[in-house]
Design a protein around this ligand. Structure first.
Ligand code: ADP
Ligand code: MG
Length: 439
């Protein structure tokens, strides 16, 4: 029975008798302790009426006694004796508690880095080497298919590799929500808390799905606090930055900002090519360089689409005895390079901003900090974040070699201000229309 003995159970009974004599009954000696699991001691009385008395009157007295005896935050639950209805199915989060479901493909060595994801990758490595100590929480965001799940799982793998007994809970936000709903419905919130709060790292993917569920959010908030206070690592991903997730309450937004928030951007051509080579190698497929280039140049969306295209090429090649060449690739994915909208450059942005504010580009790119210059410069940085795929470092480079935190701060400041200031909001919308007339 776990590490909870009959002896300890007798101590619990003695404690109840001494501290709550008004509740104590002689038939308490017939209660059978069943087991101790996940912080819950289950005990089975011998009759239904005993069960009713115990669960109505004695739950907290027994819990208090058991905590005193074990020195741990355990709970006592009484089980209905056998003549009651069938025992319920096990709770789903306890059922699969021992196995974290990680894809073996999602490891750091299979992840390609480039300007689009370098910061996020470095942050995950640092966390894996020193969980709970460097960036806590770590919040990774970016749109769908850009590698968030891959990075989160790679971090879990790496923590496990270094410390095989680390308790890591990797879970999608939906599963967290479902587990909580189940726990509430089945009166097992205690087990739920025990399960989620006794981990070394809690990794939740796609937290945006938490946004409109008040009670689950509340529960998550307390889980977060408990883990944070005991310096356990928390890693979260979402499709937006914390402040941009609709209806995520302020207190959660501010907590997410306590740690490090990093964004993943869409991969550039070189990174897409490197990803294709990696994915092909993972499947033991040889891809000629011209095929790599053709696919990467044609499939410019997210990485998941890139992988889909690769699979199409491989599938079609089966009809040609496994030969992969440019013809096969063309046939599989077509060679219609989509009408590329000409990418927006920093120069385009500078033109629009200098025209609006009546300032000189050289000033925006120089060192001056006066407000008349600093504000338009922040607007430039904001637009560069929104409209180009340049990294924070690259944007900083265009504006007097400022570092990435300055760019991040500028973009955030403008995006915050825009929410409150309708005039600014209209100005920005006008600038974006000028820069991107097609959509
Ligand atoms: P997200 O969770 O952001 O929607 P995923 O992590 O599921 O994206 O990534 C989609 C697919 O693209 C996965 O197969 C993943 O391995 C792959 N992928 C994304 N980014 C990279 C990268 N930088 N290097 C290698 N594979 C990547
Ligand atoms: Mg994902």
């Amino acid at each position: 029975m776990g590490n909870f003995s009959d002896r300890s159970w007798s101590d619990v009974l003695v404690h109840v008798r001494n501290h709550r004599p008004e509740l104590f009954r002689s038939w308490f000696n017939n209660i059978e302790p069943v087991d101790l699991q996940n912080g819950v001691i289950r005990a089975r009385p011998s009759t239904r009426s005993h069960y009713e008395y115990l669960s109505r009157e004695c739950q907290s007295a027994f819990t208090e006694a058991a905590q005193h005896v074990t020195g741990r935050l355990v709970t006592v639950m009484f089980e209905e004796p056998a003549e009651g209805p069938e025992p319920e199915a096990p709770l789903s989060f306890e059922e699969d508690a021992d196995q974290i479901k990680l894809s073996p493909d999602y490891r750091f060595e299979h992840f390609v880095t480039g300007p689009c994801n370098r910061l996020a990758h470095a942050a995950c490595i640092a966390v894996a080497e020193n969980p709970g100590r460097v960036y806590n929480p770590l919040f990774v965001h970016g749109s769908v298919g850009l590698g968030k799940t891959h990075l989160l799982q790679a971090t879990c793998h790496a923590i496990k590799d270094r410390q095989s007994d680390a308790r890591i809970l990797y879970i999608s936000c939906e599963t967290f929500v479902n587990h909580f709903i189940e726990a509430v419905e089945r009166g097992a919130v205690h087990q739920f808390r025990y399960h989620y709060r006794h981990v070394d790292a809690l990794v939740i993917d796609d937290i945006q799905f938490l946004a409109d569920r008040e009670r689950t959010r509340e529960e998550f908030f307390h889980t977060f606090n408990t883990l944070y206070q005991s310096q356990k690592q928390i890693i979260i991903s979402a499709d937006e930055s914390p402040a941009n997730i609709p209806s995520l309450e302020e207190r959660l937004v501010s907590r997410f900002n306590w740690g490090l928030v990093v964004r993943i951007d869409a991969p550039c051509l070189e990174v897409r090519m490197a990803i294709l080579r990696k994915k092909a190698r993972l499947r033991c497929v040889e891809l000629p360089e011209n095929v790599v280039h053709h696919v990467a140049a044609n499939v410019t969306g997210n990485t998941r689409e890139l992988e889909g295209a690769l699979l199409k090429v491989i599938a079609l090649s089966q009809q040609y005895g496994g030969v992969i060449n440019l013809d096969v690739a063309r046939q599989a994915i077509g060679d219609h390079v989509p009408d590329q909208v000409k990418p927006i450059t920093i120069t385009d942005i500078l033109n629009v901003v200098t025209a609006h504010f009546g300032v000189r580009a050289a000033d925006l790119q120089g060192k001056r900090r006066s407000r008349s210059i600093a504000f338009p410069r922040q607007v430039c940085m904001y637009l560069a974040r929104e409209l180009t795929s340049l990294s924070l470092e690259e944007i900083g480079g265009y504006f007097g070699g400022r570092d990435h935190t300055t760019v991040l701060h500028a973009a955030r400041t403008i995006s915050e201000q825009k929410k409150r200031d309708s005039e600014l909001s209209a100005t920005l919308a006008g600038m974006i229309r000028t820069l991107r007339p097609v959509d």
